[in-house]
Write a protein that binds this ligand. Sequence first.
Ligand SMILES: Cc1ncc(COP(=O)(O)O)c(C=O)c1O
Length: 517
Amino acid sequence: MWDYLRYDDDGELWVNGLRVRDAARRYGTPLEIVDTTVVERRAAEWVALTQAVAGEAGYPGQLRYVYAAKANLASEITHAAYRSGWGAETSAIQDLEHLEWMVEHGLVSRDIRVVCNGFKLPAGCFGWPSTVSDATPAPGSAVDPVPAPDARTELLLPPGDDAPVRGMTYAEKIVALARAGWDITPVLDAGELDTFLDPTVPPMNVGVRLKFGPATSEAALDALVSRFGMSPAAVAETAGRIAASGHLTFTTLHAMVGSAEGIPIDAYVAAFALAGRIWADLRLAHPTLTELNTGGGMPPLGDAYDHRGFLAGLFRALAEASGAVGVPPPDVTFELGNLIAAESGFHVFKVLQRRVNHTPAPDGVSTWALIDGGLMAAIPDMLLIHKPFRILSVRHAHAPATRVRLGDLTCDSDGRYPPKAFADEPGIWLPDVPGDNYVVIQGVGAYQEILAGVRGAHHCGLLEAIELILERGADGVVRGRLMPRQTAADAARLLGYTAVAAHALARTRAPGLAAGG
Ligand SMILES: Cc1ncc(COP(=O)(O)O)c(C=O)c1O
């Protein structure tokens, strides 16, 4: 991470060309910094690294790259990935709407490669009616909304209808974009093929998702617990139906081992060797199959992980598996979110108070550093998957420091870092210097915001940080762009403090209580 972060001689932290204290003072805290030049850098570095390792290994397959936008759906991040030459991996119709918006605004080319994972179940499966339901509610069932002056807006009712009806499904949207000439490849899971077999669907490349994970034998794969993907036999059967369709071409097998963290590289590579063998067997039956999509799971390049060692093993394993049955090795697609987005995000909090509240155990941490935000919403993965985050002082890096626990402004005992689950973690270093200081939580650009929700209403009513986005213009100059801070009125609206709610709640008012108290 020291390729985009540095401390200067005065012990001040910089994120590329931004001195963090300057931003904290000018815009206030809590502050979120999003540096899209980090996205561009990691996108280019991953391409360079994979091409170099493939070149050294003499790997003949093409390498392809799509950004897994589920990691961070924000336009500044997706656009940074796409303008770095990466295609798009989507999980839902929402991603496709974003891509259409970018094409409409001339921000990406219509030729962008789109790979669609995520559930593409047929329209009839969903619980959102496609027409206004004519089913008769049970007598007394409180299904009909009581009219209020603005009820149509509040309940999102389309004018003239009694209930919301659904628009297109994800699968229907994929077909529509294929019809419009997009380079779009759905990766099909169980029960998803039928929509695409419809004879009105245009010619399309399709992939099939193998149920996969850290398994190294077919027996282990069979026992693997996962709700995604199909068994090798079901993939083969689906591939046969695709080939027989006449308009669909089976090009891709999707096999994602999962997060590489915590899996030794040898075991991770061994799982891809199994994927390679399954791919090669399918390729014998289907010469149209040219690609193995390896999914995501790569740790950020700033993490202590042997990316090069993994890639060398991957290319060796795939070449061996293909060579064993005499087929050319697959083109390899990397579908990465975390590696692209994680390092682009930073939370900056001010240290408001230091508090000693207990007698420490020998060598224990006694000082709380209270910060001006909410940790559970900022880095939910510290609680969900016990993910550690790097936390840095914004000032006085060269001064003597003490171990502290960060505590946030919620009333929840989990609003702290290190969290309780990190029992052996000694706390984070904070310089012993009086006066203002701030901390930066590094590596928050993937999954954290989308797990906690964007512009939500949060624990104890804490408001969202103001956001400073750093972008390199076409002239090469990096400039900042500010997203406004959430206000108390914004959060109140989300929580139903609206005119419509006031009208509705008035119906429940105890007799005798007049408006205005
Ligand atoms: C199918 C698929 N592809 C790619 C990714 C991206 O993974 P990562 O962010 O670890 O790169 C995920 C993440 O869940 C996924 O489910």
